[in-house]
Design a protein around this ligand. Structure first.
Ligand code: NAP
Length: 257
């Protein structure tokens, strides 16, 4: 049994890879940090295979496909977890960093769904988990490119869930709220630890909920009761009101300097 997890060097992806290895999968683990991937491989007695790759580079999906083909792996479980965000004024981000985020959060997951989804469809069996975010359900000022990229993943997953289900392939969107990982420090250089939400979950909890939902054939998993309430409430509120509220919240936290 073979699985593929992107973003497996830390946080949620690392935990998903570890839990899949415990279920008996040999897991191809993709990320840039080779040492972290090698450490995971050691901890899982070689069940997690490191593949160091920059998934924001052109041609990364084909490189991942070639790695699997060379070893004769049939990927039965694909987890698109690699991602990053950058807090701040949209106009202050460079074109290069915006494009890099889109390639990592949007293009590569979409390409991997196509490449590995095809094999799963032909074999009549497979599972795809796309890690989006609660941010994918709402426009977030000062986190605009990130929330838009996660909205793409929500929509892609919904569509693929319907397209592939008749062929025995289940596509699930995992949309966490705040999770205690490196993500916040990486996305916001001014991040202070005391900003940690009361409702934040551990990577272990999120990974477990995601894999459970995936193998149950669910379309969407939102871990945590408070996060489910937010998503439910958001459906009934006008979008301009939601984005205005979120803008005020960010301005209050001085993200707008
Ligand atoms: N933490 C949260 O509060 C939260 C909430 C909702 C959704 N999410 C989503 O959950 C996913 C995982 O995030 P996390 O919280 O676990 O954060 P994390 O600890 O920062 O993990 C991010 C992972 O993505 C990989 N990655 C980043 N850039 C990459 C690149 N160019 N090429 C290959 N891999 C790359 C990182 O590995 P390398 O740096 O080694 O390349 C790392 O393994 C992300 O998609 C994020 O948007 C997080």
């Amino acid at each position: 049994m073979h699985a593929l997890v992107t973003g497996a060097s830390s946080g949620i992806g690392r935990e998903i890879a570890r839990q899949l290895s415990q279920k008996g999968y040999t897991v191809v683990c993709c990320a840039r940090t080779e040492e972290a991937l090698s450490a995971l491989s050691e901890q899982t007695e070689g069940l997690c295979l490191p593949f160091a790759v920059d998934l924001a580079e052109q041609g990364a999906s084909e490189a991942v496909q070639a790695f699997c083909l060379e070893r004769g792996f049939c990927i039965e479980v694909l987890v698109n977890c690699a991602g990053f965000g950058a807090v701040g004024h949209h106009v202050r981000h460079t074109a290069g960093s915006l494009a890099q985020m889109c390639r990592l959060n949007v293009n590569t997951p979409s390409e991997l769904c196509s490449i590995f989804g095809k094999g799963m469809r032909d074999r009549g069996r497979g599972f795809i988990l796309n890690v989006s975010s609660v941010a994918g359900f709402m426009p977030i000022p000062y986190f605009a490119n990130y929330s838009a990229s996660k909205a793409f993943l929500c929509s892609l997953s919904d569509s693929l869930h319907e397209e592939l289900r008749p062929y025995g392939v289940y596509v699930c969107c995992l949309s966490p709220g705040p999770v205690r990982t490196q993500f916040h420090v990486r996305s916001n250089p001014n991040y202070a630890d005391d900003e940690k939400s009361l409702f934040s979950l551990s990577a272990e909890e999120v990974a477990e909920a995601g894999l459970r939902g995936l193998f149950e054939g669910r379309r969407l998993v939102v871990p945590g009761f408070a996060n489910r309430c937010i998503i439910w409430l958001e459906r009934f509120l006008p979008r301009p009101l939601v984005s205005r509220f979120l803008a005020l919240k960010s301005e209050g936290r001085k993200l707008t300097d």
